[in-house]
Design a protein around this ligand. Structure first.
Ligand SMILES: *Cc1c(COP(=O)(O)O)cnc(C)c1O
Length: 369
């Protein structure tokens, strides 16, 4: 059955395109673009984003196998890099023509084993090196083993080698970042020497493109959050277009008299008569409980309405004492990047988490120009 939820995440594809072009304007023409659409396209709609961008970019990347399968089932033909495969996923990755990030000797050995059994020929894989994030990746010490494993076969081919910066958005960490870039440069040289061919190299995410395009552009970049309008810094975000708008409607308006309470655990106690609006969105839709009790706010008829009491699973109540409004009126839960950033800050997190928390219960709609 079609999703009939009145709480809706609107995705402005045109704005995505404008943001992509903004990043392209920061890059050399020949630089390839990987669009990262993991986590449902940062909470939007991975298939729709991928379909829309398929002819403008070179690659898509997802975190997990099932996200790649969803793209393939959605008709996406572009190469797809799976950033975080597991040993047990490798057959399925091949079955769906996905390209694995191989990040350990263990995983590489298993992939080669499978590629022999399946008699693959030049199957593209990507090698990830850890240069300081200390999350996933080979180290310099693995290079000789990698090259002896890879040079003795023709089932697989290294399409790219890459690394990930730990603090690309934080210019106070510039020295560390430049060191990561140096390490990556020296690892790449060594790998390419031993392979006898030259895979693509890539290192930059959104903030990397904004801050290190000169030092570490290489052959490709991996863009995620930037396409949704976030530059991880006010001055960059200002240049980007708002893509996502989360809206709902007022279900009911209540009058709360002095001494009465609102919501679970009676967290709000009225000291004077107030008017609240109940809205069909709660923590099961992605509104963090941390935003309860006046921390978070929505917009109703262009005015701020703070959340009253605790966030419920399916609802929030907001203060509309001074707002002229009626049941059925539109409520803007996430208005634009600035609003999302303010809410993220107030709840001690980052926009990435707010976006990806918007649950699948919320209806997605594409804004047509
Ligand atoms: C998520 C991710 C990206 C995209 O990062 P943004 O900051 O959203 O641009 C790039 N590379 C890797 C390895 C990632 O996991």
């Amino acid at each position: 059955m079609e999703n009939s939820h009145v709480t809706v995440l609107e995705i402005d594809l045109n704005a995505v395109k404008i943001n992509l072009n903004y990043f392209k304007s920061k890059l050399y023409k020949k630089t390839k673009i990987v669009v990262v659409v993991k986590a449902f396209g940062y909470g939007s709609d991975a298939v729709e984003i991928a379909k829309f961008l398929e002819n403008s970019v070179d690659y898509f990347a997802v975190a997990y196998l099932n996200e790649g399968v969803t793209l393939r089932k959605g008709g996406i033909k572009t190469p797809i890099l799976v950033l975080h495969p597991q040993k047990c996923n490798l057959e399925k990755i091949i079955e769906h023509r996905l390209e694995p990030n191989i990040y350990s000797v263990n995983l590489l050995k298993r992939f080669i084993e499978i590629s022999r059994i399946l008699k693959l020929e030049n199957y593209p894989i990507h090698l990830k090196f850890n240069t300081g994030l200390n999350r996933l990746g080979f180290t310099k010490n693995d290079i000789s083993e990698i090259s002896s494993l890879i040079n003795n076969q023709n089932e697989i081919i290294v399409k790219s080698i890459f690394s990930h910066i730990a603090a690309s958005e934080d210019l106070n960490e510039r020295v560390f970042t430049l060191q990561q870039i140096n390490i990556f440069n020296s690892i790449s040289k060594e790998v390419i020497n031993l392979l006898n061919y030259t895979p693509f190299k890539h290192m930059l995410n959104t903030s990397g493109v904004l801050n290190y395009a000169t030092e570490a552009q290489f052959d490709m970049v991996r863009l995620g959050i930037g396409l949704y309008g976030f530059g991880n810094d006010e001055k960059h975000t200002k240049k980007l277009k708002s893509v996502l708008t989360l809206t709902s409607i007022i279900s009911q308006i209540q009058t709360i008299r002095k001494g009465e309470t609102v919501g679970y655990n009676r967290a709000y106690k009225a000291t004077t008569t107030i008017k609240t609006a109940t809205i069909p969105i709660g923590h099961a839709d992605g509104i963090s409980r941390k935003l309860g009790n006046s921390v978070g706010y929505v917009y109703i008829n262009n005015k701020k309405a703070v959340i009253v009491g605790n966030v419920c699973m399916d609802m929030i109540m907001v203060d509309v004492t001074n707002i002229v409004c009626n049941e059925g009126d539109e409520v803007i839960i996430y208005k634009n990047q600035q609003h999302i950033e303010a809410l993220a800050k107030a709840s001690n997190t980052i926009p990435y988490e707010l976006l990806t928390a918007i649950s699948q219960r919320v209806r997605r709609v594409l804004k047509s120009c």
